[in-house]
Design a protein around this ligand. Sequence first.
Ligand code: SAM
Length: 233
Amino acid sequence: MLDIQFWQKYFQVYDVLNELKPYDDLLETITQKLYTQQGDLILDAGAGTGNLAMKLVKNGARVTAFDSSEVGLKIYKTKNPNAINVTGDLLKPLPFAENSFDKICSNNTLYTLPREQRMSVMREFYRILKPGGLIVISNLTESFSPSKIYSNHFVWEFNNHRVGAIFRFFKFLIPTIKIFYYNSLIKRENKTGAYDFFKKGEQGELLASAGFKEISLDEKVYAGQGIINVAKK
Ligand SMILES: C[S@@+](CC[C@H](N)C(=O)[O-])C[C@H]1O[C@@H](n2cnc3c(N)ncnc32)[C@H](O)[C@@H]1O
């Protein structure tokens, strides 16, 4: 079980991901697909350490960062003293009124939730999104291999920074090994059947069943290890 203690340890090294080009590209893609603009009320569901929230805020949005991990949200608060943090459980009814948000995003969070409960989470997203509002969901897929993300990054790093790439490789070696290890734990959970990475088309089906419309086709993100979908209420 990936409990709160697991995510606490995970977050001690999590932000090394900010150094990785595929992760930064993924957050940029989500920000763009949300057409993030000044004054948007956005919910980041499973905000973690607020890396995506930071990008949205930089674009002028008013972001509510929702997560069950106080450790993650505290790290976000150190990055953004004005952070609007709400600690809570996505598996319970969400503490927001109907039609509260212009936009909702959730990155690499739903895959950590038991498959049979994802539908009710999606229905909650539908309830709290304003009519016409946008939702962007991205998750790791079945074939997820962390090494593909790292190799993709280091090819980019080497092509862009050459000598500096080697220095940076050693600088981030230990936290990178730790993140690899934690990712292997997540993957092992997956094999026990407790958690399932998303199958092709599955996010779109969830969105459709919850009532969302204009659902985009699956698009690969995160060095091909994730899928993103956009939809409207
Ligand atoms: C892999 S992290 C992704 C964090 C962030 N979205 C990002 O892209 O960097 C998964 C997040 O889901 C959160 N999470 C897992 N189960 C949750 C639940 N039941 N309710 C709320 N958040 C949860 C974890 O605390 C963690 O922050």
